[in-house]
Structure formats: C-alpha cells, structure tokens
Design a protein around this ligand. Structure first.
Ligand code: NDP
Ligand code: 8X3
Length: 253
C-alpha cells in the first residue's frame, strides 16, 4: 500500500528466515538491503529478486562495528532511506550444559545476537525516527522459556525481546514501531550452525515434527509491517503445532 515503507534492511539474508523475509518483502514491492557474510549467497539473492535495482547487498560481519559503519556509509542514495530494520542475523553455538560450554562460543553468540544487533540498531536509529519507521527483532521462544542447554543463547534472546520492548517505550512518541518475533522449532541452517554441521542431529531434531519453515516467519513479518501505522505488535510467539510445553522436571537425589 501507499502507507508501506519503501526500503527494508534485513540482516542475515543469506539463509533461513532472513532469506525468506527478503524474498517475501521484495515480492510485496519493497526494495531490500540484504546483509550477511557470504558474498555468493548475497549475489544469488540479488539475481533471484530482480537485480541491483531491487536488492542492494552489504557483505560484512555484524560483530565488527567499523565494518558495519562502513557498509551503511556505502549505501547508494536509492537504498539509504531505510524505514524498516529487520534484525535477524544471529546464531546459537552448542547445545550442552553451561558447565560443558566454552567461553569462545558464548562470546560469539553475545557479540552477534546482542552487540551486533544493538550496534546496527543504533547506527540506523536516526533515519528510522526520521521516517517513523519500524524495527522487527528476531527473538525466540528461548526468550520466554528456559530449557537445558539454552544458557547463553537463551540469555541473548531474552535480551533481544526486552531490548525490543524498551525501544518501544523510548520511541513511542516518535511514531517508531518495534516488534519482537519469537519463533519456536524452525527448520533452517540454524541447527547445522548450532551443532557444528551435524546432519544426523539436524534430521533427528526435525523428524516427524513438521517444524515451522522460514516462509512462515516471513509471513509473520509481512503481516507486522503491513499493518496501519497506528498499530504496533509488541511481541508474537509462533510455534509449530507439534511443539508445546512439558511439565517441570524434578531432579531427585
Ligand atoms: P540461519 O543459520 O539459517 O541464518 C542465520 C543468518 O544470520 C545467516 O544469514 C547468517 O549469514 C547471519 N549471520 C550469522 N552470524 C553473522 C555475523 N557474524 N555477521 C553477519 N551475519 C551473520 O538461521 P535462522 O534463519 O534460523 O535464524 C535467524 C534468526 O532467527 C537468528 O537470530 C536465530 O537466533 C533466530 N531464531 C531461529 C530459530 C530456529 O529454530 N531456526 C527459532 C527462533 C529464532 P552469514 O552466515 O552469511 O554471515
Ligand atoms: C531457536 C529455537 O528452541 O532452539 O531460537 O531455542 S530454540
């Protein structure tokens, strides 16, 4: 519609949710700034979505503030007027108990999911305010529900959700909308990254579960951003039907 913002920046558009969100918004007529670290994937996305007039790729590591600043500064005028930021880039590393985890993996998750996310948000905030824009943050059911082996990953995602709600508070008078999306079990490379490329673990996790697909989350984002400008979705938790709650565990001596 005429009310819809024109340019969306999607972080982590080289795979999974980000790739599906970029494709879905482009199909709705948006121009996309697509980010990630893999040039080949970004090139393929530009090609698939109609070329450089539709998608502008930015290849950088979101953990690197200088690289993030340089990438945003390199945007041509036709792609600089970003009014929607989809903070999607992120990862989990490991499924083990805290006492079995290494600090290196913990730091990589914090640097990406927390520090990278707040950095690009801050760097784009003035232009989002100028356009009464919208920020969509990919949190997780892990923001809301603890589970064994979630430890730092879940902590980063709880940050993402609470940061979203805090941004909402601060930006309300500016007319900037903020949404936290909290997906459950979803099929993507996320699980290969988390398990260090363990295809058997990937197959076992999704077997018989009919998990969410990236397109389901792309549809959620499309819905959130297409609502009229006076409507803010604060938080939306999405699960596959097959996923639900378990009782509390009791460890007995
Ligand atoms: P994928 O692994 O398929 O995609 C992750 C994306 O993040 C890739 O495009 C990757 O790009 C990008 N990314 C990761 N690290 C960096 C980095 N340092 N710099 C720049 N880009 C980076 O995972 P999903 O699509 O499943 O996950 C997307 C988001 O959704 C994440 O934040 C995840 O935590 C969240 N989520 C996922 C769920 C799931 O079950 N799949 C459920 C709930 C939330 P590249 O490798 O090219 O840099
Ligand atoms: C990803 C979903 O349940 O693996 O955020 O944490 S879960």
């Amino acid at each position: 519609s005429n009310l819809a913002p024109q340019i969306a920046l999607v972080t982590g558009a080289t795979s999974g949710f980000g790739d599906a969100i970029a494709r879905r918004l482009a199909a709705e007529g948006w121009r996309i700034v697509a980010t990630g670290r893999r040039w080949d994937r970004l090139d393929a996305l530009v090609e698939a979505l109609g070329g450089p007039a539709v998608v502008h790729p930015l290849c950088f590591d979101i953990r690197d503030e200088e690289a993030t600043r340089a990438a945003l500064a390199s945007l041509p005028a036709e792609f600089a007027g970003i009014s929607v930021l989809v903070n999607n880039a992120g990862l989990a590393l490991g499924t083990g108990a805290a006492q079995d985890c290494g600090l290196e993996q913990w730091r990589a998750m914090i640097d990406t999911n927390v520090t990278g996310l707040v950095t690009i948000t801050r760097l784009l905030l003035d232009r989002l305010i100028a356009r009464r824009g919208l920020i969509v943050n990919l949190a997780s059911i892990a923001s809301n529900w603890p589970y064994p082996g979630g430890n730092v990953y879940a902590g980063t995602k709880a940050f993402v959700k609470q940061f979203s709600l805090g941004l909402r508070s601060d930006l309300s008078a500016q007319g900037v909308r903020v949404t936290s999306i909290e997906p459950g079990l979803s099929e993507s490379e996320f699980t290969l990254v988390r398990t260090g490329g363990d295809k058997a673990a990937y197959d076992a996790l999704y077997a018989g579960a009919d998990p969410l697909q990236p397109e389901d989350i792309a549809e959620t984002v499309r819905w959130v951003v297409s609502l009229p400008p006076h409507v803010n979705i604060n938080s939306v938790e999405v699960m596959p039907v097959s996923q639900s709650w378990a009782p509390f565990r009791i460890h007995r001596q």
